[in-house]
Write a protein that binds this ligand. Structure first.
Ligand SMILES: C[S@@+](CC[C@H](N)C(=O)[O-])C[C@H]1O[C@@H](n2cnc3c(N)ncnc32)[C@H](O)[C@@H]1O
Length: 358
């Protein structure tokens, strides 16, 4: 189904935003076994189950979410000093993303080798030798070590917080607010029930605080940087069982691109629809501009098709800024209507240009 464009672009006021955090949702985090990482002994590599071997390679005190985000949330065990220059923070963020993606690829391969992949993945995996598995494990240990040396997820988040500081242009909520206002022109912000916003991957619990009279926020993150943020993996967050527990807004600001595994990226988008009120719910999606404008495989039109297949048939608004792209989609699926099985979108070359990202 084609996406309809609804509103013209609002004039976003440049404000830093803040909010009300809601109660705990119940963490879904497990600790991985605490065995030294650097000790890559051949006995580990010879382990019959590569996933078990991987656990043995998990750094001491590393925190992981259970299955879905697997071992991506490596927490820095060393206190690296806070990087101040914007170049340094940008470099750190970029390197962390690259490592995260490579780590996901290695983990997927191992998972397939352990017999947990799809049919076609498994047939490829069956051809991999113990040597290849050992190589994979060794590379995973190297990646983890580098992530840890960088300061882990914690340092990545601190760098990202710097990236959203006032001096660097503020956080992305300032674009969303006028969009929400345009969606609810008749809302009485003082007397109407507040809009419920789920902020996934929140670095601060205060992004919408300024609007707390009409927006109530539930901030969650894999590794909360503030006690008001609930420690929660969105991929494991229980889907609200009742209609009146659904959210009016789900915010995925720079979260989808953070996730290294393409299947998990898709799952995050697919899941978002299950948390929203059908008919009025808004998905706020923020991505780095190159993900849409400089990719060989993805562009604005394909994203529209994918989102429409999930029920997001109205593009309420979008904005291509210098570095980021902002989307507000409305979940149009009516109450009670079930989604047809979504056809998979296979990886197809759309822009065969040498300077485009792979
Ligand atoms: C680049 S930061 C984005 C922060 C903020 N939303 C912003 O716009 O600046 C990505 C955050 O997403 C979080 N994240 C990634 N996957 C997640 C998941 N499955 N559940 C919850 N948080 C997740 C990471 O822990 C990280 O803090």
């Amino acid at each position: 189904m084609a996406i309809k464009k609804r509103h013209s672009r609002p004039t976003a006021k440049r404000r830093r935003a803040p909010v009300t955090a809601q109660g705990p949702l119940g963490p879904s985090v497990t600790k991985a076994s605490s065995v030294a990482t650097s000790d890559l002994t051949s006995s580990v590599f010879q382990h019959a189950d590569p996933l078990l071997a991987l656990k043995l390679l998990t750094p001491k005190d590393a925190e992981t979410t259970s299955t879905t985000s697997s071992l991506l949330a490596v927490k820095g065990s060393q206190s690296a000093s806070r990087q101040k220059s914007s170049l340094a923070t940008a470099q750190l963020i970029r390197r962390y993303h690259t490592l995260n993606k490579e780590l996901s690829k290695c983990l997927t391969k191992l998972n397939n080798n352990a017999g947990n992949g799809t049919k076609s993945e498994l047939s490829i995996a069956r051809r991999s030798t113990p040597d290849q598995t050992a190589k994979e494990l060794s590379r995973i240990a190297e990646i983890r070590k580098e992530m840890d040396d960088l300061g882990g997820l914690d340092m990545y988040q601190k760098a990202s917080t710097l990236g959203q500081s006032k001096q660097r242009g503020g956080d992305s909520s300032k674009w969303l607010i006028p969009v929400l206002e345009s969606c609810r022109p008749n809302m009485n912000k003082k007397t109407d029930p507040p809009l419920r916003l789920l902020d996934v991957g929140a670095l601060s619990p205060h992004n919408y605080k300024r609007y707390s009279s009409w927006i109530t926020t539930t901030p969650i993150d894999l590794n909360p940087q503030d006690p008001l943020i609930t420690k929660m993996d969105f991929l494991e967050m229980p889907i609200p069982p009742k209609q009146d527990q659904l959210f009016d807004i789900v915010c995925l600001s720079l979260v989808v691109n953070f996730v290294g595994d393409p299947a998990q990226r898709g799952e995050i988008l697919r899941r978002s629809a299950k948390f929203l009120v059908p008919g009025t719910g808004i998905l706020f999606l923020v991505l780095p501009l190159p993900c849409i404008q400089n990719s060989r495989y993805m562009d604005h039109e394909l994203l529209m098709e994918m989102m429409a297949s999930l029920g997001y048939t109205t593009l309420v608004n979008h904005h291509f800024a210098k570095k980021l792209v902002y989307y507000a989609f409305q979940l149009d699926r009516g109450p009670g209507s079930s989604l047809k099985k979504v056809q998979p979108f296979s990886k197809k070359l759309r822009h065969d240009k040498p300077n485009r990202n792979k």
